[in-house]
Structure formats: structure tokens, C-alpha cells
Design a protein around this ligand. Sequence first.
Ligand code: SF4
Ligand code: SF4
Length: 76
Amino acid sequence: MDKKVSFDEERCKGCELCIEACPKGIIHLADHFNSKGFHPAAVTDEEQAKCTTCLLCARMCPDTVIEIFRPERVAR
Ligand code: SF4
Ligand code: SF4
């Protein structure tokens, strides 16, 4: 399944604002560190399916780390 939400790990500072913003509670901090020494935010492949692409996490992120992929809407 294609990802709905992705994180530019190297730019993340692990501030957890996106975690607080997500109404589905699917964002967590990864166990590993990025090159700046922060645990980056992440969503597991299994949890991707629960993402509603609501954009709340991306709007909250102060460093534009988060990209949301929405399916194309076809005009009728
Ligand atoms: S787009 Fe919405 S549901 Fe998906 S991870 Fe972000 S806040 Fe959570
Ligand atoms: S809000 Fe942005 S910088 Fe903060 S943890 Fe989430 S993705 Fe990282």
C-alpha cells in the first residue's frame, strides 16, 4: 500500500507536536536517531492505513517535515 504520510527524517527535531495533533494517534518517535541526534517522527507501515490525510500533523509541524499524499480526485 502506498504511503499517505511521510517524514523527512533529517529535518525532524522530535518536538512531538505532530504526535499531539494526530487525531488517530498513529505518529510515534522512531527508536533510531537522525544525524542531528533527534528521534524522528514516524508512522509504521501498518498504521499508514489508519491515516485519514487530514493534514493536521503537517500544519502543526514547525519545520515542514511532513508530506501528505492524497488520492487524486477525478472530476465528474
Ligand atoms: S494526516 Fe491526520 S491522520 Fe494522518 S498522520 Fe497526519 S494527523 Fe494523523
Ligand atoms: S512536528 Fe515536525 S519537527 Fe516536530 S516531531 Fe513532528 S515531524 Fe518532527
